[in-house]
Design a protein around this ligand. Structure first.
Ligand SMILES: Nc1ncnc2c1ncn2[C@@H]1O[C@H](COP(=O)(O)OP(=O)(O)O)[C@@H](O)[C@H]1O
Ligand SMILES: [Mg+2]
Length: 567
């Protein structure tokens, strides 16, 4: 094998590596409960981090959170290292950012209603086609009237207004039935009760905060607390899908890099595909296919490979198959399918091996240096260096307090100063990483011992997350001027004369803040990126002005993006 940068994942009589340059060819980690999936995920994620690739993972059971703490003392991990002859095996910490939609176990993650868009929102609210149609009209109206849809209250107020003006709207936009509006409102209320409301609002997540390296050049491991989130599977699935589509939209095309820009681990992947309508499945399939060229790798983790649609399964180049049980006919089918996805190896019967694998043992096949899947090997999986299992509460608090993100999302901040925080923040590099244990030159390539640091593909630049970019008009336009632009008065209101229904309006303060924050967002993207983002919006069905218009603010839209959008 060549000496290309690679993550050491496991070994049979030969070592098995995941080549960094094919990290964006996606992957699969499958296997029954308790067979070692989470540990494998951790080993691979640590490997990416060690090579300067930031990753995101949902921590479904809380047992990935220990990655911020040094491991290496876990008896099973030590035993595994000994078995595999990993010289100099020792604990190591990884720069970790904790996130939590509910703001309890991590920095809160928020987005705006308009960023989520009607398609994902309809899925989140379990709307049927008619109701989705009404929701679409709501977004369209908001768009045309220049109304900002940030949080649930905005959407609720708009829906209320929709119901009260149903007949006029029906003439202009198509059927707006009060029943449908009522259903959407009830669904919103339900989601609200599940804690979903907190997800919508500001300050919205800045993806650059996930795509960063620490001072030592290690990629951030973003851990999303998902134990509580899993109790609302639809919110979980929709959130991850939203994040994936945000990455897709925000990152520019880069073609094939020597290592990915970002890697996204999608645990409990069946929740993404479960009863998803065909149109959504097609979009997911499309995003997974296209995101590769943006340097993003997506790794699905699931118990049963049958949970993943064939069109997606076929795109997963790097595969880890842990043990599956073969009790029921469905089990047996899963074993058969899993076995058939591998390039066979004369040394053993793949289907049989799948049912025999021990804990922390798996069938591996990665793309070789030519991009062809290697014949499947039956391997022991290398142990992680961070702690296996949960972080303690005090440790989590310490990591969060030391994080460069501390305070940015945690508390409601004076958003007038968010702009400075956003643009003036330079990587503080507070986290240090202990070097590898002294002595013992590793005889292997990989993440153990001293990793020869390749320069980060996307070092966090003070000027913006996506690297060098041309000066865009967004940077020269003072946001204050934008925020003072007069609002367009809703036409419908005019037509009606003094309308009894209040026209939904975001409070002026929030609107101004939002523009301030999002101007910073816009300024951190090049014009080309924004154009790409707009093209991408089409895939997820967000109206082009709907997304940018609402998030950046109608005024900025006219001033900065007008030329692009009007084409
Ligand atoms: N590669 C490994 N090296 C050492 N121990 C392992 C390995 N894989 C799994 N284990 C042990 O098995 C336990 C269960 O593995 P886990 O990854 O949590 O299973 P799953 O996610 O499939 O339910 C872990 O807590 C750990 O003790
Ligand atoms: Mg697990």
């Amino acid at each position: 094998m060549s000496d290309e940068a690679a993550i050491f994942v496991g070994a049979s009589d030969v070592d098995q590596y995941l080549l960094l340059k094919y990290g964006n060819r996606h992957g699969l980690i499958a296997g029954a409960t308790g067979t070692g999936k989470t540990v494998t995920l951790q080993t691979i994620a640590e490997g990416f981090s060690a090579y300067g690739v930031p990753v995101f993972m949902a921590d479904v059971k809380g047992d990935l959170s220990g990655v911020s703490q040094p491991g290496g003392d876990n008896p099973r991990a030590v035993e595994r290292a000994r078995q595999m002859g990993i010289e100099g095996y020792a604990g190591r910490t990884f720069p970790t950012a904790y996130w939590d939609l509910f703001g309890e176990k991590g920095h809160p993650i928020r987005t705006t209603v308009s960023e989520v868009g009607p398609v994902l929102m309809a899925r989140l609210l379990q709307l049927n086609e008619t109701q989705e149609g009404v929701l679409n009209i709501a977004f369209k109206v908001a768009d045309e009237q220049g109304l900002l849809l940030l949080d649930f209250k905005d959407l609720q107020a708009l829906l209320q207004w929709l119901a009260e003006n149903a007949s006029q709207l029906t003439t202009e936009f198509g059927n707006v039935s009060k029943q449908s509006v009522g259903t959407i409102q009830r669904q919103l209320l339900m989601l609200d009760q599940q804690g979903g409301e907190g997800f919508f609002g500001e300050p919205a997540l800045d993806l650059a905060d996930m795509i960063r390296c620490d001072a030592a050049g290690l990629g951030t491991i973003n851990v999303l607390a998902a134990d509580r989130l899993m109790q609302s599977p639809r919110l979980y699935g929709t959130f991850l899908l939203w994040l994936l589509s945000e990455l897709f939209e925000a990152l520019p095309e880069v073609g094939d890099l020597e290592k990915p820009r970002f890697v996204f681990f999608f645990d409990e992947a069946h929740l993404l595909f479960n009863d998803a309508p065909k149109a959504l499945l097609e979009r997911i399939e499309q995003v997974v296919r296209l995101i590769r060229s943006k340097g993003v790798g997506v790794y699905f983790i699931t118990q049963n490979p049958l949970d993943i649609p064939e069109s997606v399964l076929g795109q997963l180049g790097n595969r880890v198959q842990h043990a599956l049980r073969a009790f029921t006919p469905r089990d047996q089918k899963a074993v058969k399918v899993a076995a058939e996805t591998f390039r066979p190896n004369k040394k053993f019967d793949v289907a049989q091996a799948i049912t025999e694998l021990g804990v922390g043992e798996a069938l591996l096949s990665f793309l070789d240096t030519k991009g062809v899947p290697t014949p499947v090997e039956r391997c022991l999986i290398a142990p992680p260096q961070g702690r296996i299992g949960p972080v303690k509460d005090v440790e989590r608090q310490a990591v969060m307090a030391a994080s460069p993100l501390a305070g940015k999302y945690d508390k409601a901040i004076d958003r007038a100063s968010a702009y400075e925080v956003l643009t003036g923040r330079v990587s503080t590099g507070t986290q240090t990483t202990p070097g590898p244990a002294a002595g013992g030159t590793p005889r292997r390539r990989g993440q153990y011992g001293s990793v020869p640091q390749t320069p980060p593909t996307n070092p966090p630049a003070p000027s913006g997350p996506w690297g060098g970019r041309p000066q865009s008009p967004a940077e020269t336009q003072p946001p204050s001027q934008e925020s003072e632009s007069p609002r367009v008065e809703p036409r419908l209101k005019k037509a009606q004369g003094p309308a009894p229904a209040p026209v939904p309006k975001a409070p002026a303060g929030r609107q101004r803040d939002s523009i301030g924050v999002t101007v910073a967002k816009a300024a951190s993207r090049s014009m080309a990126t924004i154009a790409a983002r707009e093209a991408a919006k089409a895939i997820f069905g967000k109206g082009k002005a709907g997304s940018i218009g609402a998030s950046v603010g109608g005024a900025v839209l006219r001033g900065v993006l007008g030329s692009i959008l009007r084409g």
